[in-house]
Design a protein around this ligand. Structure first.
Ligand SMILES: Nc1ncnc2c1ncn2[C@@H]1O[C@H](COP(=O)(O)OP(=O)(O)OP(=O)(O)O)[C@@H](O)[C@H]1O
Ligand SMILES: [Mg+2]
Length: 499
């Protein structure tokens, strides 16, 4: 028998106009956690969709337990014990947790009706084995992303999974939730389950993976033992060159006040939040997920209503009732959830980018396409959006490239005040550095940027001042010169944890 549970050789996949995979190799041992890394659009998600039978490869072979397997459809993969948690969760929000777990393989009576008692009890047992006390009768839609992931893992366990694929599982998780997921992943490995882990976070790889495989431009680059390769080397393999400056911070002269928030509150969410953003400034807003950061900026931009407090734009008090009104005042918001709020998936990449600026390209009711296209092309190049053409739909893009479109869309508008909620989530290392550079350029041009981020190195290195929130209130504001990983983290810790 081969030392590998799974071998994939020479896998090729062609979409109209795009070679998404070009002779990719991959192998997996029993009880191994194997990281799959590479830039946005490198082919990672496509690769796992070939393994799970979602896509049919145009070439190559899949060998499981020494046997050649044809993954005609996802059911075949499921029957072989291969389960995946996708980049964008695909659960049924209106069904219960137990219904989601047993969807497609319900526990039936002789008369084909569902045995509810048994279903719920079994669901509870599976969740408990993962250390979770989520109720099986809870509606899926009310759960957090972390909880939904757990349910997906329980679903996989209910089908005797041997290989679990996780596509960017920690991208939407808080630090603490990520720690819990690490624990669960290690527990599964100890039970002999093999895991394929896709992530842009090096921390995920270091904390979990035994080996790492890198893809670049649809091609297989290599496989390494995690302890035997440096981060710098891996970056070089992924990007094709070395990146010597992740954080190209340049401080711009701080100008006039652009946005002032005074005593802002929303009952039940946050209270008494005050800050001022100046031209040329990058103001960081951090704290644990759930500290109220997104809620604050949503209230500022009129997504939700504040219950108290005042907002000033360029010195004038304003009452913003919707993100559209915010835009008109020059306040642009990059929402946290790109799929739900940021993109029109069926529209072209180009139209998505130019939408906020469409007026500039419209004359007597007609869109002047040449100008619009030029603008879209500009951003495609600037942000290195990996697509054949700006006419492709946003849907056909990889996850990270969708995020780049959302960012471009915001920048193409004419907002002087940019509120970026986790702008680099799901974005690869090279493009992150690129985004940081753009932020500095904008600051130098007199823009003001409010940067919300859970990535501490990002806030510490890019922000001029850092607001740390804790449980709905501003805990402290730390200037860049004094910020360290430790003081920012401890200012965000819930009070009862600080012993
Ligand atoms: N259904 C599709 N139709 C056309 N092109 C596609 C489709 N799915 C993916 N692609 C293209 O295949 C390439 C690889 O995409 P894939 O989603 O596998 O990247 P990825 O490595 O997962 O990136 P990310 O880190 O951004 O998630 C991209 O150029 C993408 O635009
Ligand atoms: Mg992907």
């Amino acid at each position: 028998m081969s030392e590998y549970l799974l071998e994939m050789n020479n896998i090729t996949k062609i979409f109209p106009g795009v070679k998404a995979l070009d002779g990719v190799h991959f192998n997996l041992r029993k009880g191994e956690i194997h990281a799959l890394m590479g830039e946005n659009g490198a082919g990672k998600s496509t690769f796992i969709k070939v393994l799970t039978g979602v896509h049919q490869p145009d070439g190559g072979e899949i060998i499981l337990d020494g046997e050649l397997i044809h993954m005609h459809d996802p059911l075949v993969a499921a029957r072989h014990g291969i389960a995946a948690i996708y980049q964008h969760l695909a659960a049924y929000p209106d069904l219960t947790v137990a219904e989601n777990i047993f969807m497609g393989h319900e526990k039936l009576t002789g008369l084909k009706s569902i045995r509810w008692k048994q279903t719920n009890a079994e669901a509870r047992r599976l969740l408990r084995s993962l250390g979770s006390d989520i109720s099986p009768t809870e509606r899926m839609g009310v759960l957090s992303v972390a909880q939904q992931q757990l349910v997906e893992i329980a679903k996989a366990l209910s089908q005797d999974m041997r290989i679990l694929i996780m596509d960017e599982p920690t991208a939407a998780l808080s630090r603490r939730e990520s720690e819990e997921l690490y624990e669960i992943a290690r527990g599964l490995r100890d039970r002999g389950i093999s895991i394929i882990l896709i992530s842009h976070r090096f921390e995920d790889m270091h904390r979990l993976a035994d080996r790492v495989t890198v893809l670049r431009d649809a091609k297989y680059i290599g496989t390494w033992t995690v302890g035997e390769v440096t981060e710098a080397d891996l970056v070089k393999q992924m990007v094709g060159r070395s990146i010597d400056q992740y954080f190209p911070k340049k401080t711009a002269p701080i100008g006039e006040e652009l946005l002032k928030v005074e005593g802002l509150s929303r009952t039940g969410f946050f209270a008494d939040v005050s800050f001022t953003l100046h031209a040329g400034e990058i103001l960081g807003l951090t704290g644990l997920v759930g500290a109220g950061r997104t809620e604050v900026v949503e209230a500022v931009c009129g997504v939700t209503r504040k219950s108290a407090g005042r907002i000033f734009v360029e010195g004038r008090e304003v009452d913003i009732r919707s993100p559209n009104e915010a835009l008109k005042l020059g306040v642009g918001l990059l929402p946290e959830d790109r799929q739900k709020q940021g993109l029109l998936l069926a529209w072209s990449i180009g139209r998505n980018i130019t939408l906020p600026a469409i007026k500039r390209f419209t004359k007597r009711g007609l869109i002047r396409e040449a100008g619009e296209r030029k603008e879209a092309e500009h951003f495609k190049t600037l942000m290195k959006i990996r697509a054949t053409s700006i006419d492709d739909t946003a849907m056909s893009l990889s996850g990270g490239n969708q995020q780049k479109v959302v960012v471009s869309k915001l920048l193409s508008g004419e907002s002087k005040i940019l509120i970026l909620d986790e702008p680099t989530k799901g974005v690869d290392v090279g493009s992150k550095a690129q985004m940081y550079e753009i932020m500095c350029e904008l600051a130098a041009k007199g823009f003001g940027i409010l940067l919300i981020s859970s990535e501490l190195p990002e806030v510490i290195n890019m922000a001029d001042n850092i607001i740390v929130m804790r449980e709905g209130r501003v805990s402290t504001v730390i200037p860049r010169a004094e910020a360290t990983q430790e003081n920012v983290l401890s200012a965000g810790m819930p009070v009862e944890k600080m012993a």
